[in-house]
Every structure is written in structure tokens, then in C-alpha cells.
Design a protein around this ligand. Sequence first.
Ligand code: NIG
Ligand code: FE
Length: 431
Amino acid sequence: MNNNLLIINAHIITPTGNRARKGKEMNELLDIPRGTVEVTDGIITYVGSDRQKVNAGDYEVMDAKGQVLLPGFVDSHTHLVFGGYRPEEFMWRMRGDSYMSIMERGGGIVNTMKATREASFHALKRKAERYIDVMSAMGVTTVEGKSGYGLDRETELKQLKVMEAINRDPSRKADIATTFLGAHALPPEYKDREERYIDFLIDEMLPFIKENGLAENCDVFCEKGVFTVAQSRRLLTAARSMGYGIKIHADEIVSFGGAELAAELHALSADHLLHASDEGIRLMAENDVVATLLPLTAFTLREPYARGREMIDAGCAVALATDLNPGSCCSGSIPLTFALACIYMRLSVEEAITALTLNGAAAINRADSIGSIEVGKKGDFALLHAGTYYALPYYTGMNSVQCAIKGGIPVKSLTPTDTEAPRKDKELPRR
Ligand code: NIG
Ligand code: FE
């Protein structure tokens, strides 16, 4: 099949632009009730009201039958390459143990580190591809993937090479934006030698990974008991000088100055932010840091949600992502992310759509090529089996995506379509 596709009769809904949308802008979506999208060689070449394509012979034609066509979802924060699972920790948390207390007694990230060191390249790849399959069925066309479960040279590189191999596969169902998260936890070999570990990351890992094109971004778990603000600053400043985009796991467990550091360093994003301070929020808005919120993690850890509504009202660009990982959040559910963001973080559906498309793209430095349905961007879409995008949170935790379309090629969907889906949305008020 070639990558020429003509989608007709589509209810096109999309944010627009090549950068993150901030504050009130997040609510503004282009809405073409009966539109056509033309994709040529995988790139969008026309978007507009229905028109007669002169040369339809060269194009696959897809009749969207009035269903909503969105940009493919961008899940901009996941840890999708990992060995093993940690269901026992989930059960301990249900009993009342905290995430950090489990980490302190040798569980947590170091637990997955052991399993990931032991796992073969092929086992890790197969597992990551299965997650991508499931996420594609929920409309995801680009996913960010972090290393951070090796914490040694060999295994960190193994994780990054798994992602590289998936990206080289022409039949992949989603692209992976790669992030080096060597500073995810202190490996046992470096006990009480945090600064030496940061030296190792800066001197040995970052240059090699850069030279070999194995990661675009660098991230750190900046948190009480993990890496300090000063250590995070040292690592990220070095990474930035080598040309990495920088990201921070910030203010997840306690208010720690992570949002402030992200603003100071002009990071692409600060992620989690459950305990971001008022000043941190103000500074992120002022310095164009995307606030990436991960409601599934707060839900799973039974923690308060990040203050998404306040962040947008303060002028921030908010992105939403799943945080799929084997510990704090073993879920890549896009439907539940929409529901929690709208119900508990009080985002409007329009804001949540922007957060999972264009702002997610900005959080991985790809807003110029994905995240909206506009000429020149990749032909990546999520086609709903509903005529209204309100289905996204309304079908709470259930999939309203009929299929993803990747580079102009429909991806085989794992879910059946629903012909009884709600169709009208005009009488429903927007925020
Ligand atoms: O984003 N908080 C740090 N990292 C992950 C959890 C990793 C794990 O528990 O394995 C997160 O929640
Ligand atoms: Fe994470």
C-alpha cells in the first residue's frame, strides 16, 4: 500500500500551530464538520471542506462517515521498555505502603532495573511492541520512551537500542521519541556516591548516546531521596550543552523546586507536578515549559491530582500523558487519561484534546511535524467511532477510537466499531 490517502466526510477537529498552546489558547480548536484531508507520501497536503479530488486514482479513499478525525495522540511520557512486572508493590500500596517507602526498602525502580538487566533485547522489544499495539488501538501515533531501568552502560544502551530498532521498522504502529533517563535512581553499585554517578552520566553516557543518535532528550527524577535540584541542574545543563532537549520528573512526591528548575533551564517539559508550587506554576508559564500531567499515576498512587485547571488559568501549556511503567502506573490508557483530566483536573474536553496532541508534541520537541491536522505535518490521525469528541471522556475508560492512521496508512484496529455512538455535539456548551 502507498502512503497516499484521501479521507472524506470527516468531522475534523484539531488545534493549530507549530508550538504549544498556552492558557486560553488550549480551548481553541479548528472544527470542520464535513471535511477532507489529503495525505501524499505520508504528509498532509490538503485540509479543508469536502472537495472533489481530481486524481483520486492515486489515493486510497476512506469515508469517515461524519465521525471525528483528530490528530494522532502523542503520549509524551512513558517508560515502555522494561523487564518484569511489580504487581506485589501494587498490592502493598493498596495495603497502605507509600511508593517511596517501597523504593527505600529496595523495591521500586531498582527492582525493575534487575529484571531489565536480565531481559534479552528481543524480549524487551516484543514487550514494548505489544504495548505500542494496544496504545495504537487507542489512537496513539507517537509515544515517548525513556531508558532508566538499566542504570548501567550496557542496559541503558540496550533499552535505547530497542527503541531505535522499533523506529527502524517500517511497519511500526507508532514512532518513539527517545529519552535518556540514566538519572532515574541511584544504582546499588554507586551507593552513597551520587555525584560520581552524575559524573559517569555526563562524561561517559551522554556523549556516547549523542554521537550514536540514540536519544533526543535527557530526563532526571528530581525528587527528595532520589536526585537533588543541584544534581539535576548539573546533569541537565551538561545535556543541554550537548544538544539534548531536557525534561524533568518534577514535584511528584513532595514540593521540591522541580518546576522552578525546569523554568530556569527552559526545559521542554516538567512532568508530574502534583506538588508544584504557585511560584513554580507561574515560572513555567512565563518560560514556556510544557506542564506534562499524568493523571493515571496520581489515580494509581491514590495521590491528589496535579492542579491542571489552575495551571491553564495561570497561562501554562499543559500536556497529558500516561506514564506507562511497571511501578507507579502500569497503564497506557488514553481513555482513562481523558476521563480523569476532565473530571478531576477540570480540563475542558477541548483543552484535553490539545494536551494530548499539539502540546504533547511540543513536550517532545516535535510540534513542527506532528500534533495537528495541517498541511506539511505527518498524516497521523485518530479516527473516532463517534461524531462528537465529547465521547472521549464520556465513554469513561472505554475506547472511542475506531482506528489510528499512521503516515497515511490505517492501522488495523483491535476494537470493534459502534454504530450507535452519539453524533450531535452542537447543543452542548463549550467552556
Ligand atoms: O514517572 N517517578 C519516577 N518514575 C516513574 C516510575 C517508575 C517506576 O516506579 O518504575 C514515574 O512515575
Ligand atoms: Fe515517569
